[in-house]
Design a protein around this ligand. Structure first.
Ligand code: TXA
Ligand code: MG
Length: 410
């Protein structure tokens, strides 16, 4: 049994943090809350501890980990160089949900953390428990999200236990996480800020911080497609080239299978490919800069489609039609909807994601809702899409991943 350390009441906190920090300092692995999602932490300098993280998660070893620091001053211990633009981003967004990929100082962390790359991803989390844990352990803490690979990231301590009970040394319970989606991962290259993974810090915030001194380049369509692909062995097994291009026939099938509305061209290949069971990166394409982007993050036990459109009333209508059709076909259907629409839906489960005017609420609720769908034996999930500005970019990125790229625009 994994030990659950309760954060509340506060008088238990000190002992909990001390215990967790001691476990990490001696090579253990402990899950802890951050402002984004729960992470599974271990000493980033200890190869065995890092190995335990990979093993507990069932994570492919070529996907590097983010190293969590107590303060920006620690970044210089891990990075061999930090540019003035990178410093500005640290000052502006740390502590907070921004991860910077920096050139690694040789030997500063286990090579298992960086998966042998010459860069290291670092961030300072904005959560009291996380920062106290890092400070007290005296270690840079390598921590991926504390889920089994292929499951939604945990936003509550009980999600961590659902996935990792018995595989890790403990969980610090800090209640539900505030943001609910992972950090934004960026790399500064040639004076431009490349967003490798959209997350808690928005492109708009990055642009404002850059103040015209640097361009902010959002994750490209190519990388978005790569994000849907599967681990290296699946890629090798799939007929790589041509698979994405020759998707027309399968696409027709995917669309008919979902609903009769159109599937967005950019997502079409992914949707079709998902149906084919393996999503490939064309062999000739350059490796994605953020290795994790090539892995499927989460696929519900059933199927999922995201319905997008400028007119919320039409989206609502299309979701209901699709729900009716899927239910008539004998599937248990869940609808993920904004609070304004949720009461009006007929489905086997309707999960509210908060007010449409506040996509932050949907970001916070999404992963728990996806877990609930699996628990309730849902065969088809229909999710209302959100506008892609602000946190909406990260929200839609995660929804599309969960849906295997199946997006229906109306
Ligand atoms: O909010 C978060 O970032 C959470 C909390 C726990 O901090 N952590 C998290 O870690 O989401 P993980 O391991 O699930 O995702 C880390 C992402 C992956 O996409 C990985 O490939 C990328 O960061 N990454 C890590 N090191 C990298 C590097 N050196 N270069 C490029 N990408 C890197
Ligand atoms: Mg993760």
């Amino acid at each position: 049994m994994t030990k659950l350390t309760i954060y509340w009441p506060p008088e238990k906190t000190d002992a909990g943090v001390r215990e967790a920090a001691a476990a990490i300092a001696s090579g253990g692995v402990v899950a802890f809350p951050t402002e984004t999602v729960y992470g599974l932490g271990g000493d980033a300098r200890n190869a065995e501890a890092v190995e335990r993280i990979f093993a507990a998660k069932g994570r492919p070893s070529d996907n590097p980990l983010i190293v969590h620091l107590a303060g920006a001053e620690d970044a210089a211990k891990l990075a061999s160089a930090i540019s003035s633009l990178e410093r500005r981003l640290m000052e502006r967004f740390w502590p907070g949900p921004l991860t910077l990929v920096l050139p690694v100082r040789p030997g500063a962390v286990s090579a298992r953390v960086t998966a042998g790359l010459d860069t290291v991803a670092v961030r300072v989390p904005d959560h009291e428990l996380a920062r106290r844990l890092i400070a007290e352990s005296g270690c840079p803490i390598a921590a991926p999200s504390a889920n089994r690979s292929g499951r939604p990231s945990p936003t509550r301590a009980d999600h961590v236990l659902e996935d990792l009970d018995g595989r890790i040394d403990g969980v610090l319970d800090g209640g539900p996480t505030g943001i609910g989606l992972e950090s934004t991962v960026v790399r500064v290259l040639d004076g431009a800020i490349h967003v490798l993974r959209p997350g808690g810090i928005t492109a708009e915030q990055l642009r404002e911080a850059a103040g015209g001194d640097a361009e902010v380049i959002a994750a490209s369509a190519g990388e978005a497609a790569a994000a849907e692909a599967q681990p290296a062995d699946a890629i090798a097994a799939a007929p790589a080239a041509g698979k994405l291009a020759g998707a027309d026939a399968a696409l027709a099938g995917a669309a008919a299978n979902a609903v009769s509305a159109s599937v967005e061209p950019a997502d079409a290949a992914m949707a079709a490919d998902a149906d084919a069971g393996a999503r490939a990166i064309p062999a000739a394409e350059e490796a994605p800069r953020s290795p994790g982007m090539k892995y499927t993050h989460y696929a519900p036990q059933g199927e999922m489609a995201v319905v997008t459109g400028a007119d919320p009333a039409r989206v609502r209508e299309a979701v209901q039609q699709a729900a009716d059709r899927e239910r008539a076909g004998g599937r248990r259907v869940a609808v993920l909807a904004c609070a304004e629409h949720a009461p009006g839906y007929r489905a086997d489960a309707v999960l509210g994601l908060g007010s449409r005017a506040e996509p932050e609420q949907a970001a916070q609720a999404l992963y728990a809702a996806l877990r609930e769908c699996d628990e309730r034996g849902i065969g088809f999930i229909l999710a209302e899409g959100y506008p892609e500005d602000g946190i909406g970019a990260a929200l839609m990125n995660r929804m599309r991943k969960a849906a295997g790229g199946r997006v229906i625009s109306v």
